[in-house]
Ligand binder design. Structure first.
Ligand code: 6GU
Length: 226
């Protein structure tokens, strides 16, 4: 898996990269590259954005700037990059990210994430350079960077070797093992704390009962949540 993130703030990702499961995924062969869009701008004064046609607040990332960044990085026509890998524009109104979408992305050999800033991306970037749009939820962030980190986190932890324990990803929330349901509750020591007890069944040592209890809890949580 190779992920390229096009951003105006590559340094934001330094902290992200220090997380254990991200490091593990990279050590296991995944690649994360940050492309500083500003480094490639053909405009003077390192300009990357402009005021919106038709008026309105904020600034819009220019299509010619993204063109220059994509073509410099991939050494091909920027409009052809999406024929070679999944190119995803991060926008609040994009396809909502969920576990199925994450799994789909984790099965790709190569992803490109385009982060917008300010009021967003010129729509021609979305139309001609990206193959799809992605949103991490129905609210507006000031840029795509945090969303890109969410995507990278969710995708990388699906890769073999990212998590310490091989089964950790298999039985977590929304996985096939749980029939797409949220995860069951977890408990650890102490078995009783301030009078709050861990469910007896988990201390019983009966693996079949524990398994059935967890499936039932997972199912109940699935019914409770929207
Ligand atoms: Cl991908 N970008 C921005 N700017 N806001 C968002 C988002 C993305 N997803 C949810 N809100």
């Amino acid at each position: 898996m190779e992920i390229d993130v096009f951003t105006l703030f590559p340094e934001w990702f330094e902290w992200f990269q220090t997380q254990r499961h991200v490091r593990n995924a990279l050590d296991a062969g995944a690649r994360l590259t940050y492309v500083d869009i500003r480094e490639h701008t053909p405009l003077s004064g390192r300009q990357v954005d402009d005021t919106p046609f038709g008026g309105g607040a904020g600034m819009v990332l220019r299509v010619d700037v993204m063109d220059a960044a994509l073509s410099a990085h991939y050494r091909m026509d920027a409009a052809a990059v999406r024929d070679t890998r999944r190119v995803i524009a991060l926008t609040p109104a994009g396809r909502p990210l969920d576990e199925a979408y994450v799994r789909e992305l984790s099965e790709q050999p190569a992803l490109t994430l385009l982060c917008g800033r300010y009021e967003g991306l010129d729509e021609r970037i979305v139309e001609h350079f990206a193959g799809e749009t992605l949103s991490i939820g129905r609210y507006v962030l000031s840029g795509g960077e945090l969303a890109a980190m969410v995507v990278c986190d969710a995708v990388l932890r699906k890769l073999p070797g990212a998590l310490g324990h091989a089964d950790s990803a298999a039985e977590e929330s929304f996985s096939d093992a749980l029939g797409g349901m949220p995860e069951y509750p977890h408990y650890t020591r102490p078995a009783e704390y301030r009078g709050w007890k861990v469910p007896e069944v988990l201390l019983s040592g009966h693996h079949d009962r524990i398994k059935r209890w967890r499936q039932e809890q997972s199912r109940l949580r699935g019914l409770q949540r929207p």
